[in-house]
Design a protein around this ligand. Sequence first.
Ligand code: MN
Length: 207
Amino acid sequence: MKKKIKELEFGSLGYDYNSLEPYFDAQTMELHYSKHHQTYFNNLQKSASEHNVGDLTLEELFAQMDEHPAFLRNNAGGHYNHRLFWDLLKLNGGTEPIGNFGEAIRNEFGSYQAFREQFAAAAAGRFGSGWAWLSLDDTGKLFISSTPNQDNPLMNHIAQKGSPVLGLDVWEHAYYLKYQNRRPEYIDAFWHVVNWSAVEKRYNSLR
Ligand code: MN
């Protein structure tokens, strides 16, 4: 059961700030989770209450997102996107996608390497702040896209709609302390901290 927005909890990160070192540094993780994400969450609750959408789930809100103000959209996306991001990170020791999901990646993109290149291009090519996504469309096909700001492929104003399977935050706050302007190095680092087992579970739960 998906929770109503007003019943959502901020939730713990699920691991220590230094768990993803040296790829994602502890200071960035702490600021990103305890300051940036916490602020999105607090503003989501405030804005959802003001606009009387606290009884909706986030998914229900995203399906009618274009009827609501940008402040609500930015903070609802900000909470959803970061929760998804944290839940899919873990040092992976250089492993590759596994199981059904690994098979789907190879079927759709040709190889894990080809998938990585296409995803990295979407992440590097997003001008300014936003996210890169791997999503499942309503025919069950995987596709890569990117969205600006805190938008995501569940929002009804987004052209390429789908259910996010994996997301990468490419806001500067996600990488500037360690990588400064070198977003491609941060994207390379990301492949060392994707929790493929959690991604496979998410993929299977969406099909
Ligand atoms: Mn972020």
